[in-house]
Design a protein around this ligand. Structure first.
Ligand code: SF4
Length: 465
């Protein structure tokens, strides 16, 4: 039998505490415990507007964004609605029941305007990282590096061939993403180089297709799927607890992704005095110049497989069949002859070792060695010693352990896309990608702290990270 709800209002005034209505085991309570925005207002003091449309309190904006990135709320309009309706979100934002929630257009204007220039999101990310360090979640012994491709907010159907003359300034004023792209082109190709073909701002091969709405995004071929415009989020993580110690946005191409390693390792060392003993990565990071930088300049042990191009699969001898004599600085071939060099480096940072025509001409192994050339040549990187260090590390049990630990960074990317729903960007331009990746990484670190450091009685109930 269904009953009646009861009479009219029995009470005209209520005593109401938001805190009483937020469950003790709510993830936001854990996040709130570790989010300290005390210095943010000071950092943003110069960016307040004292005229025109009133600003949103920076702390409120950051708290709302932390909710958005922690719970996968990707739309700014929906975020404003959710904060209006959800008691836990109001509690986290320090808003009582009567407090006004910012209108979503004011929210967007502030987020895309003053905040963009203030580097506030890096400030938030670093404040969260400092807290992780204080809580003992960052050991600084081993770091892992990896990149993941995230779709840009650019329609693949609107892409145009890269060689086509783009009329950026026609019609309405160019967007922020276009202005940023043109400025980065100026930096990459200064005026005196104008006669040369303009290369991409970051590096790598020029793109074949460009997006008029977000030209810095890279046209990227996904395995087994259609190409799309994308950026890459690059993570440097500490292996102890999988805390992200730095993040960098790049256009989605390997050259930029690998180069971001230097930026992040250097920045973490300068800003936090953190320098790992070992750096773990996949083969993409195993090119000779990068290994040279890691081994010889940074004095870090590379737990990275060497990028090998010398292995032959046509049945002829590979370079590994030749022995390098360090004393004499020559290669010895399988026929027992010497390959010598002039020592002059090529444009690809290699020196070429050659056998003599005389030796090869009369050699019984020629068909298995150099059937189509008069003699055999071997290219040796000028950074071969660093490659040898990496090869030696790859044979150790510690490397096997590192290989397993590398999965931690892959799991963070899976979490980023599946749980935090960051599989497509909402902001355009490299700076937009940067803002989104910084906030998402800060949210991941906060969720991890909330899970790991919440008292045991509550830990089982928290939403898993
Ligand atoms: S072909 Fe030349 S390099 Fe090759 S094994 Fe014979 S002598 Fe040595």
């Amino acid at each position: 039998m269904m009953g009646n709800q009861g009479g009219g209002q029995e009470q005209l005034f209520y005593s109401f505490s938001l805190d009483d209505h937020v469950p003790r085991d709510h993830l936001l309570r854990g996040i709130d415990r570790f989010l300290d925005l005390g210095e943010l207002r000071q950092h943003l003091a110069g960016f307040y507007s004292h005229t025109g449309r009133p600003s949103i309190d920076p702390e409120l904006m950051i708290r709302m964004l932390v909710i958005g990135y922690s719970f996968g709320i990707r739309s700014e309009r929906r975020l404003c609605e959710e904060v209006h309706l959800n008691l836990a979100y109001r509690w986290f934002c320090r808003l009582d029941l009567n407090a006004q929630i910012p209108d979503h257009s004011t929210f967007s204007k502030n987020r895309h305007g003053r905040f963009r220039q203030s580097d506030a999101f890096r400030h938030v990310f670093e404040a969260v990282l400092r807290r992780c360090m204080r809580e003992g979640l960052v050991a600084g012994e081993g770091f892992a590096i990896d990149a993941s491709v995230i779709k840009a907010d650019a329609s693949r159907a609107r892409g145009v061939p890269a060689g086509q003359d783009m009329k950026w300034s026609e019609g309405e004023a160019p967007s922020r993403a276009v202005r940023e792209y043109l400025a980065s082109l100026d930096v990459a190709n200064p005026a005196e180089d104008d006669e040369q073909a303009a290369g991409p701002p970051g590096g790598g091969n020029p793109p074949r297709t460009i997006s008029p709405t977000d030209p810095a995004a890279r046209w990227t071929a996904a395995p087994g799927g259609p190409a799309f415009f994308a950026y890459s989020t690059n993570y440097l993580i500490d292996l102890q607890a999988g805390i992200v110690v730095d993040v960098e946005a790049t256009p989605a191409n390997k050259t930029d992704e690998v180069e971001s390693t230097r930026t992040m390792v250097q920045r973490v060392e300068e800003r936090f005095a953190l320098k790992p003993k070992r750096l773990v990565g996949d083969t993409a990071y195993g090119a000779a110049p990068m290994l040279h930088w890691i081994v010889n300049e940074k004095k870090i042990e590379p737990h990275i497989p060497v990028w090998e191009k010398s292995q032959r699969d046509d049945g002829t001898f590979s370079r590994s069949d030749f022995r390098f004599d360090e004393q004499a600085a020559v290669y010895e071939c399988p026929g027992g002859k010497r390959l010598t060099t002039s020592g002059r480096p090529t444009s690809e940072a290699t020196v070429i070792f050659r056998a003599s025509n005389h030796d090869c001409g009369g050699c019984s192994l020629k068909q298995r060695c150099c059937p189509n050339t008069p003699n055999r040549k071997i290219a040796r990187s000028i950074y071969e010693e660093a490659r040898d260090v990496a090869r030696t590390v790859c044979t150790t049990p510690a490397y096997e352990q590192s290989r397993k630990e590398r999965k931690k960074v892959e799991m963070l990317f899976a979490h980023l896309k599946r749980i935090l729903k960051l599989d497509r960007l909402r902001l355009r331009g490299l700076s937009g990608a940067h803002d989104e990746f910084l906030l998402a990484a800060a949210a991941q670190n906060l969720r991890r702290m909330a899970k790991w450091l919440t008292p045991k009685a509550e830990i089982g109930k928290l939403i898993p990270v």
